[in-house]
Design a protein around this ligand. Structure first.
Ligand code: A2P
Length: 281
């Protein structure tokens, strides 16, 4: 599979398998994803499925070196000592002694937390130490907006290498993507299909049709052409395979422009700085 390079030379498989809301018990999803060709798996302590994922990967017998395993520390695992302990717990649950990528899941524990800058910086110091110790091949963040990244980078000795955010047609967060690229940070897309919210969109379907591709495949190719690593989820082996079949066509510049200029739609409603309850929908 194609890869994207991080600033330190680590290669990230260009399409990863998202595992949020996959069954905590092994229901065959991971084995099917491996069978379809996925080697990059994205999890988080919050997902509650690290143990099941680790067990399924071990059972499949794929050599650890062929896998790209990413996890994240949750809001209640922030802080220097907490982050070190959280990393050990994630590794133990996944049955590995190193991770390929470790991320801070959200920039602030909640929208009211005034001390988020300090908390982010202390947490980041732990990730830097894990990286220097060779416990993790790359470190980064998730759901950070440019102002959160700027704050972190004021004291960081190692710059974040990845920022995983909501990204799909209708909500491509172009300002954030531009900021990441200007600072050598690889963006990754959670919900690259808008958790199906964007798949019914007739405008996208009309753009996808001439390529002989589904709207889902258009969304994934769109991410790749924006320089973003999509992390689609699926419970169906057929759709898992379809979601990897996105390297044999190219969206034209004109169609990219069309997608990038669609008015906002399909947003999850999640925003790191605002309470979910106050948002429309
Ligand atoms: P399913 O598990 O039945 O395949 P996202 O990755 O944006 O969060 O979206 C995940 C959702 O998209 C899941 O509900 C999944 O359903 C659905 N999905 C995944 N791949 C496809 C596809 N190729 N076509 C249609 N729906 C898909």
């Amino acid at each position: 599979m194609q890869t994207f390079s991080l600033t330190n030379g680590v290669q990230v498989p260009a399409v990863g398998f998202g595992t949020y809301l996959t069954n905590g018990t092994d229901d065959g999803t991971v084995a099917a994803a491996l069978q379809a060709g996925y080697r990059h798996f994205d999890t988080a302590s919050f997902y509650g499925n690290e143990q099941a994922l680790g067990g399924a990967l071990a059972a499949a017998g794929v050599p650890r070196g062929e896998l790209f395993l990413a996890s994240k520390l949750w809001k209640d695992e922030m802080g220097y000592e907490n982050a070190l302990a959280a990393f050990d717990r994630s590794c133990a649950r996944l049955g590995t002694d190193y991770l390929d990528l470790y991320l801070i899941h959200w920039p602030r524990p909640d929208d009211l937390s005034a001390e988020w800058r300090q908390l982010d910086r202390e947490t980041w110091r732990a990730l830097e130490d894990l990286y220097r110790a060779g416990r993790v091949r790359a470190i980064g963040v998730s759901n950070f907006l440019p102002h959160h990244l700027r704050s972190l980078m004021e004291t960081a000795e190692i710059a974040p290498m990845v920022n995983q955010i909501e990204f799909h047609p209708g909500y491509p967060q172009l300002h954030n993507i531009a900021f990441c690229k200007a600072h050598g940070i690889l963006p990754e897309a959670w919900s690259p299909l808008g958790r199906t919210r964007v798949l019914q969109d007739e405008r996208l379907a009309a753009i996808a049709a001439p390529y002989g591709k589904s709207t889902a495949q258009l969304c994934l190719r769109f991410a790749l052409q924006c320089g973003v690593v999509p992390l689609p989820k699926s419970s169906s082996p057929v759709r898992m395979a379809a979601n990897l079949d996105v390297f044999g066509f190219e969206i034209s510049d004109e169609d990219m422009d069309r997608i990038l200029t669609l008015p906002q739609f399909g947003w999850s409603g999640l925003h790191p700085d605002f309470p979910r309850a106050a948002q429309p929908g």
